[in-house]
Design a protein around this ligand. Structure first.
Ligand SMILES: Cc1cc2nc3c(=O)[nH]c(=O)nc-3n(C[C@H](O)[C@H](O)[C@H](O)COP(=O)(O)OP(=O)(O)OC[C@H]3O[C@@H](n4cnc5c(N)ncnc54)[C@H](O)[C@@H]3O)c2cc1C
Length: 500
């Protein structure tokens, strides 16, 4: 295969496409609307304008599946990322206290490392690596404004290039849409009469991130018993260690929490929240760390699965979507970059084994569905449950059904507690979390189910030592601490809950 390839977008998916295809393809041209990065990790974080990928300054981590893919397929890239400051967090480092003390490494544990770094560093280094390939060109500051396509003799729509805003046309044997979550491609296809279908759900949360620099000579605090990541119902929070003495916090606020949403973007409120979360507070010590810039906010978060060959009929030939333009996932799961890289490498395999464009389109769709749809469906199901529970809990008359109570007990007093004491089960659960094994398959294993039931049967009292200590204030206490009016929003949210 030595076909020329033109790519819309040089974000993570565009770069992964070039990474996967460079060894076998002809010329690869990435067309990117934003200007290229400045030189240096700090300069890139501070100055790189990324209007096309505004999540650049939100917390990012590469889960184990992606770290493993890079380690296996592109070891020199992994080395370059680590030289630039990206760090691996191992399975052992993340263990709960009851397991950590008696942990013995097992084969496979080394696969479960996460790569942590600022996204600006990750993207910059991948870009430098990809650009070093002699057949890859990234053209920055060029806005793609249309798709070049035509019907062939059999009436199939065939892509052949992309049109730029200034009128230039960039032709390719194959066209890749890596234009991200706001890619205009689906609209262009609809205009051209191509039929695609999609499944879409709101994530019901907003994301707020602030980065911090460790002060010279200061270290990260030791990991204590109280986690720096957790879910308070009205607020989810996460700490992300990053490269070169930086780290970030992300707060995820339900969309219905309008008062909190409006407040969190203020740096003083963001920091005040972090300081009252016991697992987070040590990171916020002003002698230890200082904020690096403002609070970055992001909304309109959606999950979306795009089917480019509904009913097995490709909407268009010689055009492939990779990354968020094909599948968008809730950022809370940290899987978007993994999806993009897996898709890009699946495309490489499909192009190598099929020649006919329709066969290729179908095979790519099947590969992506077989590998990723179960993770997508599991995520959407979890999100629906979380949104429903959050709203139902606000109804004054709300009495959870026995089924809901049973499920909650099973999850909170059975699964969660068993995971805090059983290394083998935790391993299995984490492999699913990291997309190394199918989602939830571990939960159906009779041995684990028996263990969960026996832990659950012992009851809260006997298991008291395994429960996580208080991870933060409840909603009224937090609102009081922040001087926010909990009542105003509550009435409106209860009204929304009544409509359930
Ligand atoms: C808040 C947040 C946090 C996240 N955290 C994580 C995480 O921890 N781990 C993880 O794996 N994933 C995470 N993700 C998901 C991840 O950011 C995306 O899945 C990933 O960036 C997808 O890559 P992409 O190339 O498809 O899109 P992007 O990276 O967004 O890139 C799209 C590119 O296309 C360009 N483009 C668009 N239109 C045009 C045009 N008309 N002309 C030229 N160029 C164009 C854009 O400028 C951009 O560079 C997060 C997402 C969000 C929103």
């Amino acid at each position: 295969m030595s076909e020329s390839i033109v790519v819309l977008g040089a974000g993570i998916a565009g770069l992964c496409t070039a990474l996967a295809l460079a060894p076998t393809a002809g010329r690869i041209t990435l067309l990117e609307r934003d200007a290229g990065p400045p030189d240096g990790v700090e300069e890139t974080f501070d100055q790189w304008s990324r209007l096309g990928a505004s999540q650049l300054r939100h917390s990012h981590a590469f889960i184990a599946r992606l770290r493993k893919l890079i380690a296996t397929e592109h070891p020199a890239l992994l080395a370059a990322l680590e030289t630039a400051g990206a760090r691996e967090l191992t399975f052992a480092e993340g263990l709960p206290p009851a397991i950590k003390a008696r942990y013995v490494a097992a084969p496979g544990d080394e696969e479960m490392s996460i790569l942590v770094s600022r996204r600006s560093t990750l993207e910059w280094i991948i870009r430098l690596y990809v650009e070093a390939s002699p057949n890859v060109t990234i053209r920055s500051s060029v806005f793609v404004k249309g798709l070049i396509s035509a019907r062939d003799a059999r009436g199939a729509l065939v892509a052949s290039g992309l049109a730029l805003q200034d009128g230039e046309v960039v032709l390719g044997d194959l066209v890749i849409d890596a234009g991200g979550r706001n890619s205009p491609m689906i609209d262009w296809l609809a205009e051209a009469g191509a039929k695609t279908t999609s499944q879409e759900e709101g994530c019901s949360i907003l994301y707020y991130t602030r980065f911090y620099n460790l002060r010279p000579g200061r270290n990260e605090p030791p990991r204590g018993d109280i986690p720096a990541t957790g879910d308070l119902g009205y607020l989810k929070f996460g700490m992300f260690p990053a490269d070169n003495n930086t780290f970030s916090f992300t707060l995820a606020v339900p969309e219905i929490e309008e008062v909190l949403r409006a407040a969190v973007v203020r740096p003083d409120v963001f920091d005040a929240i972090c300081k009252v979360l016991p697992g987070v507070a040590p990171w916020m010590d002003p002698d230890r760390a200082a904020p690096a810039g403002k609070v970055h906010a992001m909304g309109a978060l959606k999950s979306r699965w795009q089917d480019m060959a509904p009913g097995g009929v490709p909407a268009i030939l010689n055009l492939y979507c990779v990354g968020d333009s094909l599948v968008r996932t809730n950022p809370l799961y940290g899987r978007g970059c993994s999806f993009a890289a897996i898709e890009a490498h699946a495309l490489r395999d499909v192009l190598a084994t099929h020649v006919d464009p329709a066969d290729r389109a179908r095979a790519y769709g099947v590969r992506v569905r077989d590998d990723l749809h179960a993770f997508y469906a599991d995520m959407v199901e979890q999100d629906r449950g979380a949104a429903k529970r959050a709203l139902a809990g606000l109804r004054p008359s709300h009495k959870p059904s026995w089924r809901a109570r049973l499920l909650r007990g099973f999850l909170e007093d059975g699964v969660a507690i068993a995971l805090r004491q059983d290394t083998a089960m935790l391993r299995a659960a984490m492999r699913a979390f990291h997309m190394l094994d199918p989602p939830r398959a571990w939960l159906r294993k009779p041995a684990y189910l028996a263990k969960i039931l026996s832990v659950w049967a012992k009851g809260r009292h006997a298991n008291a030592a395994l429960y996580t200590p208080n991870i933060g204030p409840n909603r009224p206490a937090m609102f009081a601490l922040l001087g926010l009016d909990a009542g105003a929003d509550f009435a409106r949210m209860q009204a929304a809950a009544q409509s359930l």
